[in-house]
Write a protein that binds this ligand. Structure first.
Ligand code: CTP
Ligand code: MG
Length: 381
């Protein structure tokens, strides 16, 4: 019998984040750790928001409350409650905060959950009462009792993950009656006499736990190269990397002709296998007339993030006979780092001349070249 045939069916999630992340080796809660441009918690929130889940309760500690509210205030359907000193207590606080028909319980420390896994657990909970994301064990597990080692048959073993999704009435009943220590919601459910049902999770849906989990969040690297040149002319501002430079000549172009930012955008787009700036921002389009290239750079970064990449670093060279750029290189790096959403030590810019050779050497143009590394976010699914 289907449990939730009414429409709309109230499907809510509890994302528990009230731990300390002590095993992570970080000096702060692991759910606040950045993977690329987003925190671990934001990655789960964004994925849940692509599903049928109507409301999310984030459970946090008193200590992390300001940081968590800073994140959740960006979302319309997310509320925040404080948890307890065990995962069990935190989950229970989250469950009580928002009654619903179907509830998903998820570890805030699992940022690689996919919408397909979430939907599978919901389907199963609607149909059978519960849906627990799990995967067949890949290691052989030993039981050690008083020094005696025995092997458990691997084909019968599964590793449970989250989300673990239940009929709200049943899991709250189980939580209200549970006695003992539990780290797994399905175990609480079982302890009350219910039979949990497993659904396919993924081997990529790991719980970030130990330092090793934080050093290898990327599965693929993409390199990109970009190049641009603009003519120097009177009556225009000279802008490089978003910084206006005091110089009698400026670069000619449809936008602000920021040649350095153009080279960086093309490097990013090339690495992400996206069309170049000539295609994305055509110089025949009036809306790009005089536009700041920093605005375009932010748009490019959004496209890159949408394709699932985070930026490792950018390295660029400005080729100009004049003016001398050394005194303002650090301003240029800060400006670019701010627009790219990365740290200044991830953006390097150097400058060179062409020894008076060619159009650049004659002071008639400035050129720039840039390369970057993008890393694909997420583990193999
Ligand atoms: N959790 C929680 N409240 C607690 C303990 C844990 O909400 N009192 C949450 C964590 O924030 C995490 C999830 O439960 O998202 C899984 O727990 P775990 O991986 O053990 O996280 P931490 O307890 O934070 O890490 P550690 O055990 O290394 O301190
Ligand atoms: Mg813990």
């Amino acid at each position: 019998m289907k449990y939730c045939t009414d429409t709309p069916c109230k499907i809510a999630a509890v994302i528990v984040c009230a731990g300390k992340g002590e095993r992570s080796g970080l000096s702060y809660n692991k759910v606040l750790h950045h993977i690329g441009q987003k925190t671990v918690l934001e990655r789960s929130l964004d994925t849940f928001n692509e599903t049928r889940v109507n409301h999310i309760t984030v459970v946090t500690s008193q200590e992390d409350l300001p940081a968590v509210l800073g994140i959740t205030s960006e979302y319309e359907n997310v509320s925040v409650v404080t948890g307890g000193d065990t995962r069990f207590k935190s989950v229970y606080e989250g469950l009580k905060a928002h009654p619903c028909d179907i509830v998903l319980i998820h570890d805030g420390a699992r940022p690689y959950v996919t919408k397909e896994i979430i939907e599978r657990t919901i389907d199963s909970a609607i149909e059978h009462g519960s849906g627990i994301a799990a995967m067949p064990a890949t290691d052989t597990v030993k039981r050690v009792e008083n020094g005696a080692v025995s092997s458990l048959p691997r084909e019968q073993l599964y590793n449970t993950q989250t989300p673990q999704t239940f009929r709200y009435s049943e899991i709250t009943d189980a939580y209200s009656r549970a006695k003992g220590t539990f780290t797994d919601d399905a175990e609480v459910y079982e302890s009350a006499g219910y039979s949990p049902r497993l659904v396919e999770g993924s081997y990529g849906n790991i719980k970030l736990t130990t330092p090793n989990d934080f050093t290898s969040p990327c599965k693929d690297c993409k390199i990109g190269v970009g190049y641009d040149v603009h003519r120097l002319t009177e009556g225009r501002k000279l802008i490089l990397g978003g910084v206006t430079i005091d110089y009698p000549l400026g670069l000619l172009g449809h936008s602000d002709a920021d040649v350095l930012t153009h080279a960086i955008m093309d490097a990013l787009l090339s690495a992400a296998d996206l069309p170049d700036i000539g295609v994305l921002f055509p110089d025949t389009d009036e809306k790009y007339l005089g536009i700041s290239s920093m605005t375009l750079l932010k748009q490019v970064m959004q496209e890159v993030a949408r394709k699932g990449y985070c930026l490792g670093n950018v390295s660029a060279v400005v080729i100009a006979q004049k003016p001398k750029l050394a005194p303002i290189i650090s301003d240029i790096r800060s400006s670019l780092a701010a627009a790219l959403g990365i740290k200044i030590n991830q953006v390097n810019v150097s400058a060179t001349t062409t020894e008076n050779l060619g159009v650049v050497g004659e002071g008639r143009a400035i050129a720039a070249t840039a390369s970057c590394i993008l890393t694909e976010i997420g583990h193999d699914q």
